[in-house]
Design a binder for this molecule. Structure first.
Ligand code: HEC
Ligand code: HEC
Length: 142
């Protein structure tokens, strides 16, 4: 009987945890991987234009512009029009050479598949309440 009650309590607790997790939605929304992101209003975090200062050496730089009109789908990555090594876009930082190396350490002539979905690591800024608390501080503030 005791084991049964414990099992029942565990089921209740885990279903409550699941219900909580279901309320958290990413900025991307629930758009399918090959569909444009549902995110519609990304605005600049800081006043003014320009790149956002990095907080530590290996940080993927934050995206300082809206990405509303720049979809990444299975067929096409519109970020690369401005950021790829051969782009003519003035001021757009070229992707790092690390982005041309595949998981086996081989250098490729174009973006490695494991860097294709830029927004996995590079996030635009939005003036929203954080989904979860964050106590991160930049090294420069130490
Ligand atoms: C129309 C050209 C264009 C497109 C398309 C574009 N960007 Fe940019 N991006 C820029 C420019 C120009 C800058 C330089 C900062 C500025 O002027 O806002 C920049 C800056 C950045 C930076 C900061 C680089 C640094 O050195 O700090 C990141 C990261 C970035 N973009 C990521 C992306 C991602 C991810 C996408 C696709 C979702 C994308 N960009 C699409 C033009 C573009
Ligand atoms: C797996 C994570 C990851 C993905 C995916 C990724 N990046 Fe990066 N990116 C990083 C990291 C980490 C850095 C900083 C370290 C470095 O330069 O390798 C970086 C650096 C950059 C820089 C700055 C380069 C410089 O010389 O300062 C640009 C621009 C950039 N990425 C654009 C992109 C674009 C565009 C895509 C999609 C095609 C992309 N990244 C995909 C992690 C990622």
């Amino acid at each position: 009987m005791k084991a049964f009650i414990i099992a029942l309590a565990l089921i209740v607790v885990s279903s409550v945890a699941w219900a909580g997790a279901a309320n958290v939605q990413s900025l991307r929304g629930d758009a399918a991987l090959d569909a444009p992101s549902a995110q519609t209003s990304a605005k600049a975090w800081q006043d003014g234009e320009g790149k956002i200062q990095r907080n530590y050496a290996q940080q993927p730089p934050l995206v300082p512009h809206s990405i509303e009109d720049f979809p990444i789908t299975r067929e096409d990555n519109s970020c690369l029009a401005c950021h790829n090594w051969d782009s003519q876009m003035p001021g757009a930082t070229k992707v790092a050479v690390s982005h041309f190396v595949n998981r086996d350490g081989e250098a490729l002539s174009n973006i490695s598949p494991n860097r294709y979905f830029c927004t996995q690591c590079h996030v635009p800024q939005t003036d929203a309440r954080p989904l979860v608390p964050n106590i991160f501080r930049s090294l420069t503030e130490e």
